[in-house]
Design a protein around this ligand. Structure first.
Ligand code: PLP
Length: 335
């Protein structure tokens, strides 16, 4: 099916701004950095998941669902956005969180509660079992006579990825308008759906920039395997014949910025959050974009991205999680 004929809700405020980060660029003394503000997609406090859910939500409606089922960790942006979309569609939302309920209801979890999500904690920290648990929850609801629509972690399916093929088209139009030819696009990588869509989209539209993915959870090889599968499935869904090379001129994946683990902010991540806030009044998040910016800063310091080049940093959102990490953010001031 063609991109333009795929069923789609209209929830995001598009196009999101493309904003030149003059003071951040000056502070880093390197390339010209621009923010693509997908933190400002608007609906349900925004972020990249709104784009994916325009397609996934439309599919849920087409399938006659009465409840959407998904899951992740308690501070998930994907879950918060999915609950918001379900509510907009007049549907219930069943959420499976790994681990146990945190002592404080803050950030995204607070927003999920305000929206009346039906929340289940697995009381097991193992994230790898979560997708099965989400599917099992869907089966349980079906047995109760409900009509569940199941969305896997991060909305990383061909349908979700297709939204970032559309995102590349949107960015391409903006770049033509201002006659900007970036050398790199940097983004955070979690479930890999966003970057897989960007890979398919940039091949389709023959964009001239390289994709630089900073993974915040999965190791590099796992990311590459997922990207290859998801980008191929996305191309197939959209009837696109693409040469997906996965060589260094197309996409680089860095797993050097994860630190002790997913969702644990590193000192470099906190430094990046403070720097973007102090130079641009832009809030990065402690789980994804802070680490992606830490990666960009490091690549500049190592001379892998240099003065004279232009970088688009895809700001994928995630601010609510800032409020669940106040202690880490306030204690690390020694840089
Ligand atoms: C989910 C998320 C990402 C990662 O996107 P994926 O498509 O899961 O790789 C990046 N940034 C933020 C803020 C997110 O919520």
């Amino acid at each position: 099916m063609k991109l333009t004929t795929l069923p789609r809700l209209r929830l995001a405020t598009l196009p999101t701004p493309l904003h030149r980060a003059e003071h951040l660029s000056a502070a880093l003394g390197g390339p010209d950095i621009w923010f693509k503000r997908d933190d400002l997609t608007g609906f349900g406090l925004g972020g990249n998941k709104v784009r994916k859910l325009e397609f996934l939500g439309a599919d849920a409606v087409a399938q006659g669902a009465d409840v959407i089922v998904t899951g992740a960790g308690a501070q998930s942006n994907h879950v918060r956005t999915t609950v918001a979309v379900a509510r907009r569609l007049g549907l219930a939302c069943r959420v499976v969180f790994h681990s146990s309920r945190p002592p404080e209801t803050q950030g995204n979890l607070l927003l999920d509660e305000l929206m009346g999500a039906e929340i289940v904690f697995t009381d097991n920290p193992d994230r790898s079992q979560l997708d099965q648990r989400i599917v099992a929850e869907g089966e349980r609801l079906k047995a109760e006579g409900r009509k569940p629509y199941v969305i896997g972690r991060g909305g990383a399916s061909a349908l979700g990825c297709a939204s970032y093929v559309a995102g590349v088209r949107e960015l391409t139009e903006q770049l033509i308008d201002i006659q900007l030819q970036p050398d790199h696009l940097v983004c955070a990588v979690g479930s890999c759906g966003t970057l897989a869509g960007l890979i398919a989209g940039t091949r389709w539209l023959q964009a001239g920039y390289r994709l630089q993915g900073i993974t915040v959870s999965r190791p590099r090889q796992e990311v590459l395997a997922r990207l290859q599968r998801l980008a191929a499935e996305t191309a197939e869904l959209l009837d696109l014949t693409l040469e997906l090379l996965f060589d260094q001129t197309q996409v680089n994946i860095y797993d050097d910025y994860i630190g002790p683990g997913y969702g644990i902010p590193t000192p470099a991540c906190i430094e990046a959050i403070r720097l973007a806030a102090q130079t641009e009044g832009i809030f990065l998040d402690p789980v994804y974009t802070g680490k992606a910016m830490a990666g960009l800063i490091d690549l500049i310091r190592k001379g892998q991205i240099v003065k004279g080049e232009t970088v688009v940093f895809l700001h994928t959102g995630g601010w609510p999680a800032l409020f669940a990490h106040t202690e880490a953010l306030m204690t690390s001031t020694d840089f």
